[in-house]
Design a protein around this ligand. Structure first.
Ligand SMILES: [Zn+2]
Ligand SMILES: [Zn+2]
Length: 179
């Protein structure tokens, strides 16, 4: 499947994302789709480039590498693409956040002891050096070790902001541990 980015040749297409007309001359993103009337031929689902960037960032990024023309407001498009990322990858959220450990396998980065299953732990971003490249992933801390490890006076506020689903009991426990 090859998707395209091109200048709209007419103003007949309608954006599949926002349902508005795509004006002639503006950049549009075409998602290749098999033509249901002529087998072997393809047709496109068209989107405004900016609409597609918010909805299908990975596909747009891919098409963008093959696009040789000029994107009028490239920084704005790049911003749209990177902001769209957390939604595209489910489960991704900003660090630090808090959660109940789903297993007893994680180890605290501060005290090196295992974090018990069901215990409230704080996840922070950690760089893992695999030998060939550096990967970013979560590092875990006992809630009681988190403040010492990060030295961050704002830690509690940040965790609360990034973890809106915490229960009042969790928040109370965290507040005690982090202050
Ligand atoms: Zn649109
Ligand atoms: Zn610890």
């Amino acid at each position: 499947m090859a998707n395209v980015i091109e200048e709209s040749k007419s103003s007949r297409a309608t954006c599949r994302t926002c349902r508005q007309k795509i004006d002639k001359g503006v950049l549009r993103f075409g998602e290749e789709t098999p033509n249901q009337f002529n087998e072997g031929e393809v047709s496109y689902f068209w989107h405004h480039l900016t609409c597609a960037a918010g909805k299908k960032p990975l596909l747009v990024r891919e098409a963008l590498t093959a696009f040789t023309g000029t994107v009028p407001d490239r920084p704005a498009l790049e911003a749209l693409l990177s902001n769209a990322k957390p939604k595209a990858a489910a489960g991704e959220r900003p660090y630090p956040f808090a959660e109940r450990a789903s297993t007893g396998r994680s180890k605290c980065m501060q005290c090196d002891e295992a974090i018990e299953k069901g215990a409230l732990r704080v996840a922070i971003e950690r760089e893992v050096d695999t030998g060939t490249f550096v990967r970013k992933g979560p590092g875990y801390l006992h809630s009681t070790c988190a403040k010492e490890h990060t030295g961050d006076a704002e830690l509690l506020a940040k965790v609360k902001k990034n973890t809106p689903e915490l229960t009042p009991v969790d928040v109370e426990e965290l507040t005690k541990a982090l202050s």
